[in-house]
Design a protein around this ligand. Structure first.
Ligand SMILES: *Cc1c(COP(=O)(O)O)cnc(C)c1O
Length: 487
């Protein structure tokens, strides 16, 4: 049975007792917070969640975050702290790092980053520290860093040797932290992007190589948030070596598929990248946080993440990472990861069969990108219409998106969360049917000048209600955290 392979196993009575007691203690101080926590469970239970970056962590992971580890300061590294009394923090940080090394087959792991963005900053700074002379940076940074103008940054970059970063373009599925302007990486580095082949939507390694030869980046970033295919990291490393670049792979989205051995060989980033960064809360199903895996030559520089670019470590979250990584080392997790990928296939096939157009024509990871212009809609209209019908997705740009980054032309769908609820092939095919029903029944509103709105839309009478009822039926057959009863 799929459900047994994919959902968490835990003692419902024990978890119920734990949460009821916790809510009683919280409610005695601020009942509205206790109430919001209970409501959040109700809302999550009632939501058909296809957000590709979200998941449901186990009660063990969640409970590990709510305790006195939160009270501890622990700057420094295991066995080398700037605060006294860190022996228990040492235990959990060492365990989290050990589990991460074993899980991913990595020589070194740093589990302090608070999020994926922080993990990237640690990695990028480590590469700069390792590969670029830093005295010049200190000179340029004599003023407060927030006061630096773009011209100052240009000076700083020159001091750093005009360092460059090559990452996947945003509309091809890359992430803001891969050298784009709204993120500090876009200020620190001169950026250039590689995209996908306009005909196939697939990464074109020859084009990446040509761009890398021309641009000569210090860092090549591989990894994505919205690319529905595997990436050949062996090929990316070959390109990096050819131009003397450091390969950083950001596996924030697909870490669960690496942990669960769905992505192996050339598609496993760990043996190929110099540094791998990740979140722990997406497909990996752990606590909200980040981590870094590195080849030994970068270990010292990565270890300086706090206080160089990170605030003090969060020991309660490191403890929860240890629990989550331990869970991911169990054989059941490989079954979960396999089901996430199989379910994405089923979803892609179900959508295609019913007339939806998918970017790249399908998927070989945990996500599907639907080009909704085929339904005459923008991504924003599709996202809103689906939400009206009880289906939670997010709009996303497609390559060379004619509707720009705000309205977009796509919706991104991911299978990690619903697979954690025990959804299998039948449920995902039904989900595809519901999605196509809603999109087919949605039309953009006409504007006064005779065009069509990019935001407003109408859904044909009754379709949203009918779909919400169908979604509720699917969800009630696969309860979230079954056995946890807060009443
Ligand atoms: C989600 C994501 C991040 C950011 O993670 P946060 O924990 O939200 O900071 C970074 N990189 C990629 C590729 C992501 O998908």
């Amino acid at each position: 049975m799929t459900a047994a392979r994919t959902t968490h196993s835990f003692d419902g009575a024990a978890a119920s007792a734990a949460y009821r007691s916790a809510l009683e203690v919280i409610g005695a101080v601020e009942p509205r917070v206790a109430d919001a926590i209970s409501r959040e469970l109700t809302d999550q239970r009632g939501s058909l969640k296809l957000i590709a970056s979200e998941n449901y962590a186990s009660p063990a992971v969640l409970l590990t975050m709510g305790n006195w580890f939160s009270d501890k300061y622990a700057e420094g590294t295991v066995g080398h702290r700037f605060y006294a009394g860190c022996q228990n923090v040492d235990t959990v940080e060492a365990l989290a790092a050990e589990h991460a090394r074993e899980l991913f087959g990595a020589p070194y792991a740093y589990v302090q980053p608070h999020s994926g963005i922080d993990a990237n900053l640690v990695a990028f700074w480590a590469v700069l520290a390792q590969r670029v002379e830093l005295p010049a940076l200190q000179e340029a940074g004599a003023r407060h860093v927030n006061d630096l103008t773009d011209a100052d940054w240009a000076v700083l970059r020159r001091a750093l040797g005009d360092q460059r970063m090559l990452g996947m373009s945003l509309d091809a599925g890359g992430h803001l932290t891969h050298g784009f302007r709204p993120n500090i990486s876009g200020k620190m580095f001169e950026q250039s992007s590689y995209g996908t082949d306009p005909a196939t939507g697939l990464l074109d390694y020859a084009a990446v190589r040509a761009r890398a030869r021309e641009f000569r980046p210090l860092i090549i970033v591989a990894g994505y948030s919205a690319y529905p295919r595997r990436v050949d990291f062996a090929a990316m490393r070959e390109i990096a070596d050819e131009v003397g670049a450091t390969l950083v792979v950001d596996m924030a989205h697909f870490a669960g598929l690496v942990a669960g051995k769905v992505l192996t060989g050339d598609f496993d980033p760990v043996p190929h990248a110099h540094i791998v960064t990740s979140t722990s809360h997406k497909s990996l199903r752990g606590p909200r946080g980040g981590f870094v895996l590195a080849q030994p030559e970068f270990a010292d520089a990565v270890d300086r993440g706090c206080p160089m670019v990170l605030g003090g470590p969060l020991p309660h979250v490191m403890a929860a990472k240890a629990v989550a990584f331990a869970e991911a080392r169990r054989p059941e997790f490989a079954g979960y990861a396999r089901a996430v990928a199989d379910n994405a296939q089923t979803l892609a096939e179900g959508l295609t069969r019913r007339g939806a157009r998918l970017v790249t024509g399908g998927t070989d990871n945990h996500l599907v990108l639907v080009d909704v212009t085929g339904f005459g809609l923008t991504g924003r209209q599709a996202e809103s219409a689906l939400l009206d019908a009880g289906i939670v997705t997010n709009r996303n740009a497609v390559p060379a998106d004619p509707n720009g980054a705000w309205y977009t032309s796509g919706i991104r769908l991911g299978t990690p969360a619903l697979t954690s609820r025990g959804f299998g092939a039948a449920e995902f095919d039904r989900t595809a049917e519901l999605i196509v029903d809603v999109l087919s029944a949605t039309t953009p509103t006409a504007t006064r000048d005779g065009g069509t709105s990019q935001a407003k839309y109408v859904v044909a009478d009754g379709v949203a209600d009918r779909t919400r009822a169908a979604a509720a039926e699917l969800l009630s057959a696969h309860p979230l955290y079954p056995g946890i009863d807060l009443a």
